[in-house]
Structure formats: C-alpha cells, structure tokens
Design a protein around this ligand. Structure first.
Ligand code: KG4
Ligand code: ZN
Length: 340
C-alpha cells in the first residue's frame, strides 16, 4: 500500500488556528498554519472572531500547503478534516470547505477526531524519531484539553483520565492573566520558572480521585494568594515574578506527573507519549526524562510543529484511514463534543 503514491490534504480549524498540510504516504510535505493574533487582545479565544478569521484564511492556507508540497489539487487522493471536538463555528468552516473540495474533485472525504490526531501525530515519519509501540499511554495537554488515553491500536483508544474543569494550558493562561502576563502565558511562565525557586511558594494540589484532573481550584488559590500578598506589598508580583512562576509550574507539573505515575502503575504500561501545546514545557520534559530513569519509562515527545494544533496530525490520520478505506459520508456534520 505504502508504495503507492498517496497524497492527502489535511485541514484543521477546530479552535483559533487555520491549518492545512499535505502528506505523501507517511511523510509530511507541507504544514502551513495561520494563527489568529486577534485573540491576544482579549486574553482568550473569541469564538465569533475565530470563525470569521477561518473563513478569511482557509483558501490561502490550503493554496499555500499545496504549493509548498509541489502538487496540484488534482493529484490529491482524499481530503481529511477535523470533525471535532472544538468550537462549532470554527469546525463548520473546515468541514464545509473540505466537503465541497472533496465533492468537486470527486475524491473521498475523511473525518478526523482532533484528540485522536494529537495522539496519532506520533506516527508521522520523521528521521530519527522512534514511534511508540502499542499499547502506550498518551497524555494530551493543551489550552483546550487534558487527557490520559490508553492507546491499544491506531483507532483503539480509551480515555482513562481527563480534566473535570479547566485544561492545563488554561491553568497556565489564567495564572498568567492574574500575574499581568500576555496571552497565551504558558511560554512566558515556563521561561521565568527556569529562573526562579520552585519551592518559594506552596500551592496545594487538588484532590481528585483516580486519573482525572482539576485545575480550577489552583487558579483560585493563586488569585487569593496574589490578592493577599499585593495588599501587603503592592510590588509583590514584580519583585517575585520568577519565584511565583517557578512555584506555579512546580505545582502543575507535579499534578501531571502524579497522574501519569498512577496511570502507568494501573495499566502496567511504561511507554508514555505526550502531545498538545503544553508538551513544549521545559518542566514536563525534564520530569519525563527523570521518569525514564526512576520508573523505567520510555517517553515520546513529537517535534513541536506536530504537537500544537496543526494539520499534519490531521493528514496522518487521513492517511491511516485512507489505507483502511474508512471514508466519511458527504452528510457528515461537525461535532463540537466529539469523543475519542
Ligand atoms: O496545542 P495548543 O497550541 O492549542 C490548543 O490549546 O489546543 O496549546 C496552546 C496552549 C496554551 O495554553 C499555551 O499557554 C500552552 O499551550 N503552552 C505552554 C507552553 N507553550 C505553550 N504551556 C506551558 N509551557 C510552555 N512552554
Ligand atoms: Zn488541540
């Protein structure tokens, strides 16, 4: 099969990134992304603005992906698109665009679950990158998601833990807002955390049973802490910013690693893969390395461009489904709450 020349276009529009990618067999030829800057002014994604920006971006982004891949649309074998989960108005733009393109070209349409795609991004061919063997555990950590998934095969996945409120990236972004940092605040907190003392301030970890997560209590604890300290010293934040960031990061990474340890113990699986924007975090990367030595884990972290929201991950799922002739009907609809 793989010896055939299969070209698939992947389209991602679930949140605030309009993205398109062309995959040739398992190899990514182009991975184009238009990130919407407009939301920075609002400190979070504004759904109406996101869908309008997708409408403006989708044609040029797809054109560029084809151009960079050096092919024309008549060479495509299928169109893969994100069906969900995500923001309805955003998903609709990608879904209807993908449908009409596939219909016009008379080629199969392939629907992709965004959460599965974050995980299957590990199967993109990349020189020097070792793909995880089945079964493995995948932790997807981003601004929109926090899940631990037991992956038994490409399309045999079970969510064994997830957040009951905020996603971990939201915990970073909301903490950053309290501290007056820009949006998204994750990268800035991470940078400052590396210059500070992680034990300077103590935030209690939430008590959530089993493998689920909760981050909303932490955000409130940080808010009260900052309110109390700035009352006593109006310059508290600027005088202690690195230590505050390091302490927040230490708490968040502690929560993630505690749950991973428990998941690994419960399932007996020691192959651990991560995905999502927060996997860029230096704290989680260090903690996973330590896990390799301490618990005998083998860990998998994809290239950054394949780990934040992107269309290459949609294209690889498209390719895997194409090999199985697993196509969508042209009646398929976007699904904001699609489950794994
Ligand atoms: O995967 P992504 O690009 O989009 C989705 O949310 O789906 O993830 C973005 C999130 C934001 O919350 C951002 O603050 C966080 O990832 N992030 C980080 C880091 N880089 C990005 N959080 C902590 N440390 C980082 N280095
Ligand atoms: Zn995502």
């Amino acid at each position: 099969m793989a010896s055939q020349n299969i070209y698939i276009l992947g389209i991602e529009s679930s949140c605030d990134d309009t993205a398109a990618s062309v995959i040739h067999n398992g190899n990514i030829l182009s991975n184009v992304i238009a990130s919407q800057k407009i939301h920075e002014e609002y400190g979070g994604v504004v759904p109406e603005l996101a869908s309008r920006a997708h409408q403006q971006n989708i044609v040029p982004v797809v054109d560029q992906a084809l151009k960079k891949a050096g092919i024309t649309k008549s060479q495509l074998h299928a169109i893969a698109f994100t069906r969900g989960p995500g923001l309805m108005g955003s998903l609709l733009v990608g879904t209807s665009f993908a449908k009409s393109l596939a219909f016009g070209l008379n080629i199969p349409l392939i629907d992709v679950n965004h959460m599965q795609a974050h995980i299957l991004a590990h199967f993109i061919n990349e020189a020097g990158y070792k793909k995880p063997p089945f079964p493995f555990l995948a932790m997807t950590i981003s601004g929109g998601h926090t899940q631990i998934v037991k992956v038994s095969d490409y399309f045999d996945m079970e969510v064994i833990g997830e957040t009951i409120d905020d996603a971990v990236g939201e915990a970073y972004d909301k903490s950053g807002k309290i501290l007056g940092l820009g949006y998204p605040a994750g990268p800035e907190i991470d940078k400052r955390a590396q210059l500070g003392n992680p034990k300077a301030f103590k935030f209690t970890k939430p008590k959530v049973d089993g493998l689920n997560f909760s981050f909303s209590g932490l955000k409130t604890a940080i808010l009260y802490f900052i309110q109390k300290e700035t009352k006593a010293n109006p310059n508290f934040i600027e005088e202690n910013i690195n230590d505050i960031c390091a302490s927040i990061q230490y708490t968040i990474i502690g929560i993630l690693i505690d749950k991973l340890k428990l998941a690994s113990k419960q399932t007996g699986i020691k192959h651990i893969a991560i995905g999502g924007g927060v996997s860029a975090n230096s704290g989680i990367r260090d903690a996973l390395k330590k896990g390799e030595q301490k618990f005998g884990w083998t860990t998998y972290v994809p290239k950054f461009e394949f780990t934040t929201d992107n269309a290459a991950m949609i294209a690889i799922v498209g390719y895997l489904k194409y090999l199985e002739s697993d196509y969508a009907s042209f009646n398929v609809t976007a699904s904001a709450r699609l489950k794994i």
